[in-house]
Write a protein of this length. Structure first.
Length: 209
């Protein structure tokens, strides 16, 4: 008999259409072929920097609420991993003249961050993982896919960050936490799907900026 499918794998497969839509999104295609306007990329970086602060706080809440030492250690590593993304955004902000201290979140950004923090505050460890995993898995998926394409890539640094095996490792570790702690598959499914939908809305907002 074959091995049973994990919850994280099952949820990713259930949301394959959303993942395909994200990879084919005009914003992502603009990153891939370098056609994305600098102003749109700058707006995206500004919003993503705000999002990453909330993402880090969600990890911190997950660490605080985690029921065992092993999970606490993993959440601490995942929180540390956010620093690499923060450093990338700070570098882009400096080059593009973005004042992150004056950054104002868009409605799409607020909707997503409030969703994350609400789950991290009251959803329990399993649902926190379900809310956070789509971002990590989707960006690893996009980064790896774009790294295999052959374009004159203005945004190679961004692509390389998410194509990096180290980022894949972080995504996998979060998926393992999801598999360990999510005891209500139906609720996890709803939260996971909502996070995937919010990722697409985030790209929509970036393209409209």
């Amino acid at each position: 008999m074959g091995e049973s499918v994990t919850l994280s794998t099952d949820l990713w497969q259930q949301n394959a259409e959303l993942a395909t839509a994200a990879l084919g999104h005009p914003f992502v295609r603009g990153l891939a072929d370098g056609s994305l306007a600098t102003a749109q990329f700058a707006a995206f970086i500004a919003q993503d920097a705000y999002f990453l602060e909330a993402f880090a706080r969600a990890y911190a809440l997950a660490l605080a609420h985690c029921p065992d030492r092993s999970g606490m250690d993993t959440f601490a590593d995942l929180l540390a991993g956010v620093r690499n993304e923060v450093a990338l955004h700070a570098s882009y902000a400096a080059r593009l003249g973005i004042d992150l201290a004056r950054n104002i979140p868009t409605p799409a950004t607020l909707t997503y961050t409030e969703f994350l923090l609400a789950n991290a505050a009251i959803g329990g460890t399993g649902l926190t993982c379900a809310a956070m995993t789509p971002c990590m898995r989707l960006y690893a998926h996009i980064g790896q896919a774009l790294s295999r394409e052959r374009h004159d890539q203005r945004y190679q640094e961004w692509i390389d960050t998410y194509a990096d095996p180290a980022f894949e490792d972080l995504a996998t570790r979060l998926e393992q936490l999801l598999d360990r702690y999510a005891t209500d598959a139906k609720r996890a499914q709803a939260v996971y799907q909502r996070a995937m939908q919010l990722e697409l809305a985030f790209f929509d907002a970036a393209l409209a900026s």
